[in-house]
Design a protein around this ligand. Structure first.
Ligand code: ZN
Length: 109
Protein backbone atom coordinates (compact mmCIF):
# COMPACT_ATOMS: atom_id res chain seq x y z
CA UNK A 1 0.00 0.00 0.00
CA UNK A 2 1.04 3.59 -0.55
CA UNK A 3 1.86 4.08 3.11
CA UNK A 4 4.96 1.93 2.77
CA UNK A 5 6.95 4.37 0.66
CA UNK A 6 6.38 7.26 3.08
CA UNK A 7 6.98 5.43 6.32
CA UNK A 8 10.42 5.74 7.84
CA UNK A 9 9.85 4.47 11.34
CA UNK A 10 7.50 1.65 12.20
CA UNK A 11 8.44 -1.00 14.68
CA UNK A 12 11.22 -0.14 17.14
CA UNK A 13 13.09 -2.38 19.51
CA UNK A 14 12.71 -1.59 23.22
CA UNK A 15 16.42 -0.72 23.27
CA UNK A 16 16.03 1.81 20.48
CA UNK A 17 12.96 3.35 22.12
CA UNK A 18 14.92 3.66 25.40
CA UNK A 19 17.68 5.39 23.48
CA UNK A 20 15.16 7.79 21.95
CA UNK A 21 13.71 8.55 25.39
CA UNK A 22 17.17 9.24 26.81
CA UNK A 23 17.85 11.55 23.86
CA UNK A 24 14.53 13.25 24.57
CA UNK A 25 15.53 13.95 28.17
CA UNK A 26 18.74 15.51 26.83
CA UNK A 27 16.81 17.59 24.29
CA UNK A 28 13.92 18.70 26.49
CA UNK A 29 15.73 19.00 29.81
CA UNK A 30 13.61 16.72 31.97
CA UNK A 31 11.83 13.39 31.93
CA UNK A 32 8.44 15.13 32.25
CA UNK A 33 9.16 17.37 29.24
CA UNK A 34 10.53 14.49 27.21
CA UNK A 35 7.36 12.49 27.92
CA UNK A 36 5.37 15.05 25.92
CA UNK A 37 7.31 13.99 22.82
CA UNK A 38 8.81 10.55 23.33
CA UNK A 39 7.32 7.45 24.91
CA UNK A 40 9.32 5.09 27.07
CA UNK A 41 10.11 1.57 25.88
CA UNK A 42 7.41 0.17 28.16
CA UNK A 43 4.61 2.29 26.70
CA UNK A 44 5.53 3.18 23.13
CA UNK A 45 3.07 1.99 20.52
CA UNK A 46 6.09 1.82 18.19
CA UNK A 47 7.47 -1.03 20.28
CA UNK A 48 4.15 -2.88 20.21
CA UNK A 49 4.10 -2.41 16.43
CA UNK A 50 0.88 -0.39 16.21
CA UNK A 51 2.37 2.95 15.21
CA UNK A 52 4.15 4.41 12.23
CA UNK A 53 5.78 7.79 11.64
CA UNK A 54 5.30 9.29 8.20
CA UNK A 55 8.30 10.89 6.55
CA UNK A 56 7.37 13.34 3.82
CA UNK A 57 4.97 16.27 3.60
CA UNK A 58 3.16 14.60 0.70
CA UNK A 59 2.69 11.39 2.63
CA UNK A 60 1.50 13.30 5.70
CA UNK A 61 -1.08 15.24 3.70
CA UNK A 62 -2.27 12.04 1.98
CA UNK A 63 -2.65 10.36 5.36
CA UNK A 64 -4.49 13.38 6.78
CA UNK A 65 -7.07 13.04 4.00
CA UNK A 66 -7.25 9.28 3.49
CA UNK A 67 -5.74 7.56 6.52
CA UNK A 68 -9.08 6.85 8.18
CA UNK A 69 -10.18 4.88 5.09
CA UNK A 70 -7.40 2.48 6.07
CA UNK A 71 -7.96 2.61 9.83
CA UNK A 72 -4.90 4.83 10.32
CA UNK A 73 -5.34 7.83 12.61
CA UNK A 74 -3.32 10.78 13.80
CA UNK A 75 -3.34 10.32 17.58
CA UNK A 76 -1.58 13.42 18.93
CA UNK A 77 -2.25 17.04 18.04
CA UNK A 78 1.47 17.84 18.22
CA UNK A 79 2.64 14.91 16.04
CA UNK A 80 1.25 15.31 12.53
CA UNK A 81 3.51 12.46 11.39
CA UNK A 82 2.52 9.80 13.95
CA UNK A 83 -0.24 7.40 12.92
CA UNK A 84 -1.67 4.36 14.63
CA UNK A 85 -3.89 1.55 13.55
CA UNK A 86 -7.52 2.02 14.63
CA UNK A 87 -9.56 -0.56 12.76
CA UNK A 88 -12.84 1.02 13.92
CA UNK A 89 -11.91 4.27 12.13
CA UNK A 90 -12.75 2.65 8.80
CA UNK A 91 -16.43 2.74 9.80
CA UNK A 92 -16.57 5.42 12.46
CA UNK A 93 -13.76 7.85 11.69
CA UNK A 94 -10.79 8.54 13.93
CA UNK A 95 -11.17 9.16 17.67
CA UNK A 96 -10.50 12.64 19.14
CA UNK A 97 -6.77 13.43 19.35
CA UNK A 98 -4.76 13.87 22.50
CA UNK A 99 -2.93 17.19 22.70
CA UNK A 100 0.38 15.37 23.10
CA UNK A 101 1.63 11.95 24.30
CA UNK A 102 1.67 13.10 27.95
CA UNK A 103 -2.17 13.31 27.71
CA UNK A 104 -2.47 9.71 26.52
CA UNK A 105 -3.76 7.45 29.34
CA UNK A 106 -1.97 4.50 27.72
CA UNK A 107 1.33 6.25 28.40
CA UNK A 108 0.76 7.02 32.09
CA UNK A 109 3.42 5.26 34.12
ZN1 ZN B 1 5.53 8.10 16.34
Amino acid sequence: MALHSGAYSGWRSPEYQSYLFAEGIDDYGSEAKAAQWVATAETSSHVSGDAVDIATYDAISWMAQRGDDYGLCQIYGNESWHYELRAEAIDNGCPPRYADPADDPRLQQ
